[in-house]
Design a protein around this ligand. Structure first.
Ligand code: GLU
Ligand code: ZN
Length: 499
């Protein structure tokens, strides 16, 4: 099929600002954003903060910060504005009240006086009788007298949307045609007894008013789609909108450990976790893209630009996707290796700063050292945070240098003492200390030839002594970067420990 671009595409990403952003949410943002950018359309960012009890300003700020970190730009939304402002639902409450009034006046919604207990009782009875257990329409056609009687009793009421008595069919862009019969989508609440409009109302109202053309969202929301379609139609009939119903595409579930749906509360699901560990936005997005989509059968590694170029809904898969941390890490490692060296250095800095190994304003000397040391690690890292363990030994103040206790215990035994002593001598005898190959040659001669040791046995104690750990960047380069004086000081410290 030819790839026809449609710049009239308008999609939205509309999270509720509760808790921390999670990877499922970001996957939704990515697919919407890529779809908008692929088509040259509009990406609307809307904040669904109608639940004052659960929403928080902190979470709102985190959402904005997260999208920016990931590199998503929005054409309309918080801070950028747009023709349908405001984009925070908490600032649109009057509008929703007005729409609810219009739906009531037109008979497309009605007041329901049933108490929670009554509803529960009737639901239970329906269940027992094997009937569908949605709302039974009790208050659909109350007479004026019945209403007066309920009000006299002091009952409160919610507003319910009146579903049409016919099946609703739509073509899901991912899952194909879906039909639901009226018994299975019953009248539903749109305004609480206290007057607060519910998600069920505000989400479709805003989609309608904002001219949203495609709703791409998680499969967990699939069951609300028929109800929302009926509401869009009603909004058109009563003149609130032009009656346009967006196309829907439901993105597959993301499964976590033990083949259970990845839940928001899953620690593995927290975006912040990936950010703190040092995932690159490009690595994480590449991985999240694969949760329900693929660029080509034989290509897992790609850039977000390549995704945008190729992104079509026809290729979104309806099968549940499995979240595979190892795969995410492997892709991130690949993106790390693909960074130009200066860029790699630039990305490492915040992690060294967070660990207290670099000051807020690194000196020219520190930056030069990092520029020389970084290439030793670029091929060995999975996440940027590893720089702290790998290069910390170079940036730590001499008085703060510490050996990994387990590695020291294992390696710096009395057997290591002659190795360290011979190394100190060999290093002291070197005419210069600026060539890793020369350092290596001298140490080989002293330890492998001189003491008759296997290279592995010869060099492991040196590695622990100098870098603090058994796993480190290449040893001789590390020594050279550290400098002769500090290398000797650390070898001597380790020697003292062994004897
Ligand atoms: N605020 C809703 C949510 O976060 C949006 C649902 C939708 O995309 O329609 O679940
Ligand atoms: Zn009722």
């Amino acid at each position: 099929m030819a790839d026809v671009k449609d710049p009239s595409v308008r999609v939205r990403f509309c999270p509720s600002p509760t808790g921390n952003p999670h990877v499922g949410l970001i996957r939704t943002a990515l697919f919407n954003w890529a779809f908008a950018r692929h088509n040259g359309g509009t990406f609307v960012f809307r904040i669904e903060d109608t639940d004052a009890a659960r929403d928080s300003e902190e979470s709102y700020n985190q959402l904005l910060d997260s999208l920016r970190w990931l590199g998503f730009d929005w054409d309309e939304g918080p801070e950028v504005g747009g023709p349908h402002a405001p984009y925070r639902q908490s600032q649109r409450m009057d509008l929703y009240r007005d729409v609810a009034e219009k739906l009531l006046a037109a008979g497309r919604a009605y007041r329901c006086y049933c108490t929670t207990e009554e509803l529960e009782e009737r639901r239970e009875a329906a269940r027992k009788a094997g009937r569908p257990s949605g709302y039974d329409g009790h208050c659909r056609d109350l007479t004026v007298d019945q209403i007066a009687a309920y009000q006299a009793e002091g009952r409160s009421s919610i507003v319910r949307f009146r579903m049409p008595d016919r099946a609703i069919t739509f073509e899901d862009l991912v899952r194909g045609e879906i039909t639901v019969t009226p018994e299975n989508v019953t009248d539903y609440g749109i305004v609480r007894a206290n007057g607060a409009p519910l998600y069920t109302l505000v989400n479709p109202v805003d989609d309608a008013l904002m001219g949203i053309t495609h709703v791409l969202r998680g499969e967990d929301l699939l069951s609300s789609t028929p109800r929302q379609i009926a509401l869009y139609e009603a909004l058109g009939e009563i003149g609130v909108s032009d009656g346009h119903v967006p196309a829907f595409g439901h993105l597959p579930y993301v499964m976590g450990e033990g083949n259970k749906k990845l839940s928001k509360r899953d620690p593995q699901a927290s975006l912040n976790l990936y950010r703190e560990r040092g995932f690159l936005p490009e690595g994480l997005l590449n991985y999240l893209a694969l949760l329900g989509w693929s660029l080509a059968e034989d290509r897992d590694f790609f850039s977000v630009e390549e995704m945008v170029d190729a992104f079509e809904l026809g290729k979104v898969n309806s099968n549940p996707a499995r979240f595979d941390l190892k795969k995410a890490e492997a892709l991130n490692a690949q993106h790390l290796r693909a960074l130009p060296p200066e860029e790699f250095v630039r990305r490492l800095i915040p992690y060294l700063q967070a660990a207290g190994l670099l000051p807020a304003e690194p000196t020219a000397g520190q930056l030069a050292l990092l520029a020389k040391a970084a290439p030793l690690t670029q091929e060995r890292m999975v996440v940027l945070g590893e720089v702290v363990g790998m290069l910390g030994f170079l940036f730590v103040a001499p008085e703060d240098f510490a050996l990994d206790p387990a590695d020291a215990e294992k390696v710096l035994t009395p057997d290591a003492a002659p190795v360290l002593a011979a190394s100190i001598k060999a290093i002291e005898a070197l005419p210069a200390f600026d060539d890793p190959d020369a350092i290596q040659a001298a140490l080989r001669e002293a330890l492998v030839e001189g003491l008759g040791l296997k290279p592995k046995h010869a060099f492991t104690p040196l590695r622990v002594a100098v870098t603090g750990r058994r796993v480190s960047p290449p040893l001789f380069e590390s020594m050279e970067l550290l400098g002769r004086e500090e290398t000797l000081r650390r070898l001597a410290g380790a020697l003292e420990r062994c004897s």
